[in-house]
Design a protein. Structure first.
Length: 518
């Protein structure tokens, strides 16, 4: 009887490389391309004798990079080592001038952490009723990045062979390594998104993946259960340098489908010397073999003789911990609890650091406009997630990049709260305030010019209500009898008569008061 595969279980551990946005490199004073000031530097201009490993050049540790790494470790629940050291990881590659990389081998700066992933629904939105999962963090250690090989000239011109750009060489790089706790590609992507957001809120990286600020390397294998009850683990495959969530998900799902087929063809199982490195071919939607993976002993690690160990005392550790801002998950809970936002609304606001900070500035602006904080949180969220998100999607930008100022959002909120502008005109005004011609102008001034403001005319409102009541006697009796929801029809009829000069909230309040149902 032929033994067959009856079930397949995915196992994934993730390595994430985060370029830290310090001004200078990890072990030299050369500018770092991960810092916003140097993103677009021409090739081979962010270099110095230390980066190029010229004779006599010695490394000097970047304190800011160490502290950024500590902050990330703390945010991931890691222990911070009381003492760590630097090791040389030896290998030859054209973009590695020294022929070794300064890294941390047996004494990482951060270790033994965990991240709690929120439960999500079928659309990927946070699900407060679901049960999340905990992902263990083995370590987060500091090292220096390598340079970059280019297979075409800047501008896309074809060349023979390859050329090297050493701008990235020596950039502070934090490598975060998880336990193999993932069994679904969606969870890996959720973790990657969560980690990117945490790092951006900490201010340790810009997180622009197209620029290589974050690179993902999943280690993937499968556990095959056979029809005779035995299990087989396929060899681990490491996919190198993925710089998009789409590629991360695609690579994992391809390996999940293909590894059982490979095992059926060659019978190879997980074990020493079987790990393989593969790359991702986005056009073909498949992974391709790059090389057999080296084991740790092949790198000939040994302590770097030019760098002193790092000793982290309690006072230093706590001083760094005090710099950690409120993180995304905590902000989400606060927005739900303090402002009464729905989970999906709050998640949309914390998904991007700059949008979240813009939203919080809008809330503070509304509080300064004498709007109660809880109400301000809800009002600002409505404006940004309705009028703002619509225009941001159309333009392919973030809400905070639309051009409208936080002061104008706050002033628009005040107009809405005072019943001086209706829903549709408020949306139109939001759009006008995004335009360069009106940028920075007072919201009320622009609204007045466009005839958007509601002029409160109580006598006219009374006439409209009486007219509507006379034509809708049955609805009036229903409202007086306690069916308050029926007032919506009366509000609609009054708004038609008002022709845009009344606010629905004010009209509703007036109707309920007049009918004794308020």
């Amino acid at each position: 009887m032929t033994v067959q595969i009856t079930s397949i279980r995915l196992m994934v551990g993730l390595e994430v490389h985060v370029e830290l946005a310090t001004r200078s490199k990890m072990f030299s004073a050369a500018p770092s391309p991960a810092h916003p000031d140097f993103h677009d530097a021409p090739p081979n201009t962010l270099i110095d004798p230390t980066v190029l490993a010229l004779p006599g050049a010695l490394p000097t540790m970047n304190l800011a990079a160490v502290e950024m790494a500590m902050m990330v470790g703390m945010a991931l629940g890691c222990e911070i080592a009381a003492q760590t050291k630097w090791d040389r990881k030896s290998y030859f590659y054209p973009d590695l001038p020294k022929s070794y990389q300064i890294s941390q081998y047996d004494l990482p700066l951060c270790f033994d952490g965990a991240v709690d992933l929120p439960a999500v629904d079928e659309k990927g939105h946070p699900d407060p009723e679901g049960t999340g999962r905990r992902i263990g963090i083995i370590r987060a250690h500091l090292e220096e990045d390598a340079g970059k090989l280019l297979h075409e000239a800047p501008g896309g011109r074809a060349i023979e062979g390859s050329i090297v750009d050493q701008n990235r060489a020596g950039t502070p790089l934090l490598e975060i390594v998880t336990q193999p706790d993932f069994d679904a590609s969606d969870d890996v992507v959720l973790f990657a998104r969560t980690l990117r957001n945490i790092c951006r809120f900490l201010g340790v990286t810009e997180g622009v993946m197209q620029k290589g600020h974050m690179r993902f390397e999943p280690n993937i294998n499968t556990v095959l259960t056979m029809s005779d009850g035995t299990t087989v683990k396929t060899p681990i495959v490491e996919i190198k340098n993925l710089n998009s969530f789409k590629a991360l998900k695609g690579a994992i799902e391809f390996e999940l489908a293909d590894q059982p087929r490979r095992w059926a063809a060659d019978g190879r199982r997980m074990g020493a010397g079987t790990k393989v490195t593969r790359g991702w071919d986005d056009a073909a939607n498949r992974t391709v073999v790059q090389r057999e993976k080296e084991d740790a002993h092949d790198y000939r690690y040994f302590p770097d003789p030019d760098l002193a160990p790092v000793v982290v005392g309690e006072a230093w550790r706590e001083e760094v911990r005090g710099r950690i801002p409120e993180l995304p998950v905590a902000r989400l809970r606060r927005f739900v609890g303090d402002y009464g936002l729905g989970i999906k609304e709050a998640a949309a606001l914390v998904d991007e650091r700059d949008t979240c900070l813009f939203y919080e500035a809008c809330v503070e602006g509304m509080v300064a406009e004498k709007i109660e904080r809880g109400r301000a949180g809800k009002l600002a969220a409505n404006l940004l997630l309705q009028s703002g998100a619509k225009r941001a999607n159309e333009r392919g930008v973030l809400i905070n990049d639309l051009g409208i100022t936080t002061a104008n959002v706050a002033a628009l909120g005040r107009l809405r709260e005072d019943g001086r502008i209706g829903t549709a005109p408020a949306d139109e005004l939001f759009g006008l305030l995004c335009e360069e011609a009106h940028r920075g102008r007072a919201a009320a001034e622009v609204a007045a010019e466009r005839g958007m403001l509601i002029v409160r005319d109580d006598a006219a409102l009374d006439r409209w209500m009486e007219q509507v009541f006379a034509a809708n006697a049955k609805v009036v009796e229903d409202v007086r009898g306690g069916k308050v929801a029926a007032a919506g029809r009366l509000v609609g009829e009054v708004m038609k008569l008002a022709a845009g000069t009344a606010d629905a909230k004010v009209v509703r309040e007036a109707i309920l008061k007049k009918l004794g149902a308020g």
